[in-house]
Write a protein that binds this ligand. Sequence first.
Ligand code: UT7
Length: 324
Amino acid sequence: MTAKYSRIAGTGSFLPQKILTNADLEKLVDTSDEWIRTRTGISQRHVAAESETTTDLAEQAARRAIEAAGISAADIDLICVGTTTPDLVFPNVGTLLQDRLGIHGCPAFSLEAACTGFVYALSVADKFVRLGESKCALVVGAETLTRIIDWNDRGTCVLFADGAGAVILQPSAEPGIISTRLHSDGKYKDLLTYPDGVSKGFKLVREGKASVQMRGNEVYKVAVNTLGQLVTETLNANNISKSELDWLIPHQANLRIIEAIAKRLDLPMERVIVTIDTQGNTSAASVPLALDTGIRDGRVKRGQLLLLEAFGGGFTWGSALIRY
Ligand code: UT7
C-alpha cells in the first residue's frame, strides 16, 4: 500500500567555521553595527573558506540528517537539493553530493529557486514519497552566497551568508508534510538578481562586474505583503487556525520581515525560530538551518505543527505546513 504522506525522519545542518562580524564589515564598507542590527537583525554571519564549496556544506548537513534519522546513506533513494550557488554548471550539486555519500544510481538533482529553493525541493521530494517513488529522500538547501556578493556594496554584503541544512523524508500513514504551496512571478525579475550566467556568456563575470543586485526597499515591501498572503492562504487551504500553530520557521532575510509575519499570525516571537542574528541570510539554506536549530535545541518537538515559509529572487515564494 502506498503511504499517504511523507514525514521528517531527521534533520541536520552545517555552518562554515569562519565568522564575519558587523565590526569586520565596518572595515570594508560605510556601515555600522548599529545600522545592520536595527535594520536587519544580523550581528554576524558565517562565510565559507576559499576551498569550501556548496557541496562541502551540503555533505556535512546531509551526514548529520542521516545520523539523526537513524538510517544509512545506502537507504537514500532520492536526492533533491535547492541551491542558487552550485559548485559547477554540471554535474549538479545533488549528483556531486550523491557521489560524496557513496550512493549510486538513484535520482539526484538540484533545483534553483533562490531563497525559496529548499521549500521547492521539499515540495518536490514530498511528491516522490507520496507517490511511492521514494522510500527515503534526502532534501537539502545549501548555499555559498558570499561568492556572488560585491563586497563594496553595503546594500547586500551585510546581508548574505553561507550554510546548509538537510532533512530526510520517509513515507508515513499520518502527516508529516500536510501541504506545500509554491509560487513564482517573473515580473519581479529585476528587483533581486544575479544578472549573468551560462547563456549570457558570463560576460559580466569576465569583466569582474557580476554580483547580486537588489533593490532592497522594494523587495522588502513585496516580501512582507506576499508572505503575509502566503501564510493566510496556507492556513485557509488546510482549515487550520492561527492558534493551532506551534512554530513559525521563516526564511531569515530580515528580522523586521519575520516580525511582521509573526504579527500577522498572532504568534509571539517566542514561537518563531530566529537564526538571522548569528547566521545572516543563507538563502535556500536558511529554512532548513532554522528547522534543525529549533529541533536540536529542543524547542521544536515531535507532534507539533510547524509553518515554514520562504521568499526570494524571481520572485519565488512558498510554504510548508508540517506536523513534526
Ligand atoms: O532573501 C531574499 C529576499 N530579500 C529580502 O527580503 C531583503 C529585503 N530588504 C531588506 O531587508 C531591506 O530593504 C534592507 C535591509 C536591504 C535595507 O533596509 P531598508 O530599511 O529598506 O533601507 P533602505 O534601502 O531604504 O536604505 C535606507 C538608508 C539609505 O540611505 P539614505 O538614502 O536614507 O541616506 C541607504 O543608503 O540606509 C542606507 N544603507 C545603509 N546604511 C548603512 C543601505 N545599506 C546600508 C548599510 N549600512 N549596510
